[in-house]
Structures are given as C-alpha cells and as structure tokens.
Design a protein around this ligand. Structure first.
Ligand SMILES: Cc1cc2nc3c(=O)[nH]c(=O)nc-3n(C[C@H](O)[C@H](O)[C@H](O)COP(=O)(O)OP(=O)(O)OC[C@H]3O[C@@H](n4cnc5c(N)ncnc54)[C@H](O)[C@@H]3O)c2cc1C
Length: 500
C-alpha cells in the first residue's frame, strides 16, 4: 500500500488499472514514463500484486521467443513448416527485452538476475517423423536473422551434452534430434511485476490499492468511467471515477468486460484451463539440467499443454518443473469461484459458446482425462523426457488458470483461440486484455497496442515518440525485416540483462 497518500474517492483519476499483474504493471510504467503528470491508480483484489498468473509458480517463466515452442511453427500436410508466427513472437519478445534493459540501466529494475536468467531454450523430439520436422524447422528458422544462432543436432552425444537428464539411459537406437539457443530465458514475471509496481509507488501520482475488488463499472454521460470497488477485508465500498480504464484482471477480465457493456465485448466468452506441474527440488538432480526442453504436444492436446522440462529460478533458487498438465476447470482465477464459467454465459455469447462446445468435445474430454491422472500416469509422461525420473523426487503443484478466448465465428457459431487479444471501446476510454498466450513475454508489445488503440493522439506527439524510442530503440521499426537493427538491439539487451 502506498504510504505517501491516502485514498480519497473524489480524487481526479486519469488512468485506473484493474488487476495487479504484469500487464497492468507494464501499462502503468509506460504511461507514467510518457506523462508523469497522469494520476494513475492500480486496484488489486488480493493483499499483494502478482499472486495470480504472473506469480512465478503459476506460469512456466519461459521468455517466449519461438526458439523452443514447436507449436509456433505448425507443420502442413506436405511437411512444410510455417514460421511467421515464430518470427512475430520473437520480435515481440525483443521489444520486452529492450524495455526491461532500459529500466535496468536506469535503476528502475534491480539486478537482472532477480527477474531474468539465461536458460538455453531447447527442443527435443524422437522418431523419424518428428526428427524430419525439427530438421526442416531449423533449416527454415536459422535462415532468418532472428534465429541465426539456433543450433541443430541429431548426434546423441551432442544432445546428451545439451540435456544430460533427457539422454540418460535412453534407447539410442531410436532417432532423436534437438535444437538449442543458448540465450533463451527464464523470467520471474512475479518478481518483475513487484519491482515495476514498487518503482511506481515511489512516484507521487501513482497509488496502489490492494485488497480492493472491482465489482461493477459504468460509463457516465461525460464518458468517464465509474467503478465500484469493495474492500475485501472490511466490506467497505468505494466509487472511483476515471477517464481511462484498463481491465488487466487476468482470467477475471472477461466478466468485468461484460459488465462494462461496451459493444465491442459482445460475443466473447472464456474457456478456462487449469494447469499442474511436477516439481523437483533435489539439488543433485536440479544441478544436472540447465535448460528449458520443449517437446511436441500429444495428438489432440491443446497448444498450451506442450510438455517441457524446465530449469526455473524462483527467489534465486533453482528447481526443475515438468508440465504443464492441463485440466478442466470452471474457475477463471486460481483464487476464483466454480461459478465463474456459468456466470459468464450471456445471451450475446451463448451462440459462440455452443459453437465451441459442439466442435471441441475432444478437447474437453482430453482436459477431463488429464485432470484425473494419477501420479504414476504423470510420471510416465515425464519419463518420456527424463527416463530415469523417480516418483519420490517429484511433487505435484498447482499452476495458474488460463482463460482462452471464445469469439463469434460465421461458419461454426463460435471459435476457440489460444492467443492474446486487446478489446477496446471505440472511444478509447477502456481496454481489456483477454487470453493468455504467449502471455507475459509479450506484455510490452501488448501494452503498446493498448496505447495505439486508446491514446493515439498523445502517441503521435513528438514527446511520446521520443520517449518510447529512448525506452525501446526499435520502436516503430521492424525487427523482422531489419537485420542490422536486430543485431544492435540484441547486442545491447544481451549485455544489459546479463544473458550472454
Ligand atoms: C500454467 C501457465 C503457464 C504459463 N506460462 C507462461 C510462460 O512460460 N511464459 C509467458 O510469457 N506466459 C506464460 N503464461 C501466461 C502468463 O502467466 C499470463 O499471460 C500473465 O501472467 C497475465 O498477466 P495479467 O497481468 O494479465 O494477469 P494476472 O497476473 O493473472 O493478474 C491479474 C490480477 O487481477 C486481479 N483481479 C482479478 N479480478 C479483479 C477484480 N475484480 N478487482 C481487482 N483485481 C482483480 C487478480 O487478483 C490478479 O492479481 C502462463 C500462464 C499459465 C496459467
């Protein structure tokens, strides 16, 4: 809680952010840097920020850059591999790295190791078909400057050097292949969020109100938004008015967006998916693996359940995580209610929801099956990656919830999307972030999109443009098209963030 100022309901608020995760923290930081005079208030229902999806234990901490995630490069029936999505995500992650570098250089963020650590990003596959896929994926990606440093090998000895646990006691007669990018990252998005918010709390025009849950919002005739918040500890109610509202409530964004009544929200629904990990903290085992090793998703599995064996650094302590095991849930937040999903069914999204239900029965069955797995069934999946894994060394932990986007579709009534989307009011007075993938990694690009949608006038000014280029040197240019720009940008970020 900000000790400098006490909250007065009739205060003039320019920007009101709902939800204290990485998205709101990033948007608040950007807006404060662009216009320090803005009065910014951040409301969080929990006693502290970053306790839901942005908390390190609730997500995989992968700095998604397309290096290891095979679902970003889908394979067509003729064996060709499509790379545009991986290029886009890589370029978006470079934007995040530049932003964080600037904040580290300016002392806003602490030492890089407190929130980001170099952790090689590796893909591992077995069997002729998947080896051919990985070979083709590497050939296509490594021709592009963004992926020029990606290594490929089918040599078991080389792969064993990259990922010893994965190759221990593995049947070497089976073909295997791997790729590796040494400067992949493990990011503690919880630590990052807390540092961003702590830095904002030093500013007189920023206020953090934890333990305040927003339960209604309405636009007044003067276009300002009136939000009602309930103090979770005492039940007191407050009314806050703001010119601009950002709904960054993670999985709970959808219900708030529905309450806003904006026309752009119509037809949207949410499909929540829970997650679980197997965690190992035995230093002897943890010390033998230093990478994020991603495999291929099982047939019929959703993209967010691609299995991976990860080194994590949480509060400075290394651990190994395997998963996520996706599961069926009706909660939109880890600290949510089982009624979240049923309550989100409205007359305007019923058709979209029914369309998705009709066409995704296999997915629902898959998620229910995953949720009901025994420890030994989960260990069997882990042993495909780490054949020597012993059940006693691994414990189950609950991850966060991801609410996938359901939207209208002319052919099927509704479609399920696995990306991230900004929904904004036409008058630019409200924006909401839906979806969770590639998630926190692209938070800076996502919040730049919010600025584009809702602050277009100010964004066009020389002052905002200059400030953005100071924070993100590639701002306004394409890292996908400009190899020399990428070289300069990456050289700086790898050094500033101690990733090389
Ligand atoms: C299992 C799993 C693995 C993931 N792996 C990765 C990964 O490897 N890499 C990656 O980049 N991303 C990953 N993600 C996605 C990433 O975690 C999210 O995209 C990101 O953390 C979302 O941030 P947020 O700020 O939108 O939401 P959150 O961090 O969930 O924050 C939302 C906040 O809003 C608060 N809130 C909710 N309702 C209200 C209300 N009514 N009033 C006030 N406050 C409210 C909540 O308490 C919460 O603190 C993963 C997610 C999951 C679940």
């Amino acid at each position: 809680m900000n000790a400098r100022r006490t909250f007065a309901p009739d205060d003039k608020i320019d920007v009101l952010l709902v939800g204290g995760g990485i998205m709101s923290a990033t948007l608040a930081t950007l807006l404060h840097r662009l216009d320090p005079a803005l009065q910014i208030v951040l409301l969080e229902r929990q006693p502290a920020v970053a306790t839901e999806s942005s908390d390190a234990w609730n997500n995989a901490g992968t700095g998604h850059a397309g290096y290891c995630e095979l679902n970003y490069t889908p394979e067509a029936a003729d064996g060709s591999v499509s790379i545009p999505r991986a290029l886009g995500i890589n370029a978006a992650f470079e934007v995040s790295l530049q932003f964080w570098s600037s904040l580290v250089e300016q002392g806003v963020l602490s030492a890089p190791r407190t929130f980001i650590n170099a952790t090689p990003h590796e893909s591992f596959v077995w069997g002729e078909r998947d080896v051919a896929f990985l070979r083709e994926r590497h050939a296509r990606l490594s021709r592009h400057h963004l992926f020029a440093d990606m290594q490929f090998s089918e040599d078991p000895a080389v792969i064993a050097d990259w990922m010893p646990l994965v190759m221990q006691q593995r049947d070497r007669s089976e073909p295997t292949a791997a790729t590796r990018v040494a400067y992949g990252t493990d990011v503690d998005f919880g630590a990052l969020t807390r540092q961003l918010v702590a830095a904002l709390q030093q500013q007189p025009n920023f206020r953090l109100l934890c333990g305040h849950e927003v339960d209604s919002l309405q636009q007044s005739a003067n276009r300002r938004w009136r939000l009602q918040a309930r103090e979770t500890a005492r039940g007191n109610r407050h009314v806050l008015e703001a010119a601009f509202v950002f709904l960054g409530a993670g999985g709970a964004t959808l219900p708030l967006l529905q309450k806003s009544g904006i026309a752009e929200a119509r037809g949207y629904g949410g499909f929540p998916v829970s997650g679980q990990w197997l965690v190992c903290r035995d230093p002897e085992i943890v010390g033998q693996h230093r990478a994020k090793v991603y495999g291929k998703a099982a047939l019929g599995a959703p993209p967010m359940s691609v299995p991976h064996l990860d080194t994590r650094y949480i509060n400075g302590e290394p651990a190994l995580l395997f998963g996520p095991y996706a599961g069926f849930t009706s909660k939109f937040l880890k600290q949510g209610s089982f009624l979240d999903l049923p309550k989100s069914v409205k007359s305007d999204n019923l058709k979209s929801l029914l369309g998705v239900a009709r066409h995704n029965m296999d997915l629902t069955r898959y998620l229910i099956h995953e949720a009901l797995q025994s420890h030994e069934e989960r260990m069997a999946s882990l042993r495909k990656f780490y054949p020597q894994a012993r059940s006693v060394d691994w414990q189950l932990a609950q991850a966060g919830k991801r609410v996938q986007i359901i939207k209208r579709c002319a052919e099927t009534g509704g479609k399920l999307e696995f990306g991230t989307e900004i929904v904004a009011a036409a008058d630019g007075s409200l924006a909401a972030l839906l979806g969770a993938s590639p998630g926190a990694s692209v938070s800076v690009q996502a919040m730049l999109d919010v600025l584009q949608r809702c602050f277009a006038g100010s964004l066009a000014s020389a002052a905002w443009q200059d400030q953005l280029r100071a924070l993100i040197p590639s701002y306004g240019q394409s890292l996908v098209d400009d190899a020399e720009l990428l070289r300069r940008v990456r050289e700086r970020t790898l050094t500033s963030l101690a990733l090389n």
